[in-house]
Write a protein that binds this ligand. Structure first.
Ligand SMILES: Nc1ncnc2c1ncn2[C@@H]1O[C@H](COP(=O)(O)OP(=O)(O)O)[C@@H](O)[C@H]1O
Ligand SMILES: [Mg+2]
Length: 248
């Protein structure tokens, strides 16, 4: 099983949109677990559910099992571990190693080919738990100057945290999202990202597409019900490219 963590400390950078479309695209041919580690529960909404008032993924921090909260989705091959709406990381302190424990005790790699983890816009124990089990981290970023500054900071922080919790570095990739080729700044920042991080870490951008917003109303990832839309096409291409890079 390969685990792909989607992270950025900034909110609204397409983490959840990337998580649900990557999960759904992979689930067309593989068995996939989508773990919603953000208590807002947007990834859970995106695949037909919502955060749970009682129960949910974050109960692993109180030594519950992860699998007791698994929910089926619109795809047979896609399982959701929904968020716990009322979990407060600041009340619980540092709870490292809990997700890794669930991985091992519940033998998740026996059941799933891929695990996608959507994370909150914070650097805390939740992200540490995710990095500890990660093979790959994708940082979705907005193609403007502040996004560029932010992604450099995030990149450094993820490297530092990864060394701390797992002793080595996962593959880290940068995915520009909400890209508009008619905006000069977007084009400039894209070039800067590619130059700074190198071709091997840089992914082709996901273009801006309103359909990627309305999918949360329909509660179906765009790659499943509107494959011809540009947002879906870009996520299908991204998934293919990512698989080539991490399965090399
Ligand atoms: N490529 C895109 N084009 C247009 N809207 C997008 C795109 N990607 C994400 N969005 C919208 O932007 C908002 C923030 O995205 P989201 O995935 O929730 O970010 P995050 O999880 O990082 O907070 C959402 O309303 C989402 O639907
Ligand atoms: Mg989100």
């Amino acid at each position: 099983m390969k685990t792909i963590v989607i992270s950025n400390r900034k909110g609204g950078t397409g983490k959840t949109t990337t998580s649900i479309n990557l999960s759904a695209q992979l689930a067309k041919k593989n068995s996939v677990l989508l773990i919603d580690l953000d208590t807002q529960g947007h990834a859970s909404v995106g695949v037909g559910h919502g955060p749970l008032d009682e129960g949910g993924t974050h109960q692993i921090f109180f030594d519950k099992t992860l699998c007791e909260y698994f929910l089926p989705t619109m795809l047979d091959n896609l399982t959701l571990a929904p968020a716990s709406a009322f979990f407060d990381v600041y009340e619980t302190g540092d709870l490292q190693g809990k997700l890794k424990k669930a991985y091992i005790h519940e033998q998740l790699s026996e059941f799933f080919d891929y695990c996608i983890i959507d994370t909150p816009p914070t650097f805390d124990t939740l992200l540490k738990n995710a990095l500890e089990v990660s093979d790959c981290v994708i940082i979705p970023t907005l193609p403007h100057q502040l996004g560029f500054i932010g992604v450099e900071q995030v990149f450094r922080a993820i490297y530092k945290m990864s060394i701390e919790v797992r002793g080595s570095l996962p593959f880290v990739g940068i995915l520009p999202v909400m890209y508009n080729s008619h905006i000069e700044e977007h084009k400039k920042i894209l070039k800067k990202l590619e130059e700074s991080f190198g071709k091997e870490k840089f992914f082709s951008p996901i273009r801006v597409d309103i359909e990627l917003s309305t999918e949360f109303e329909r509660q179906v990832p765009l790659v499943l019900d509107k494959q011809e839309k540009r947002g879906a096409k870009d996520y299908i291409e991204f998934t293919k490219d990512l698989m080539e890079r991490i399965n090399e």
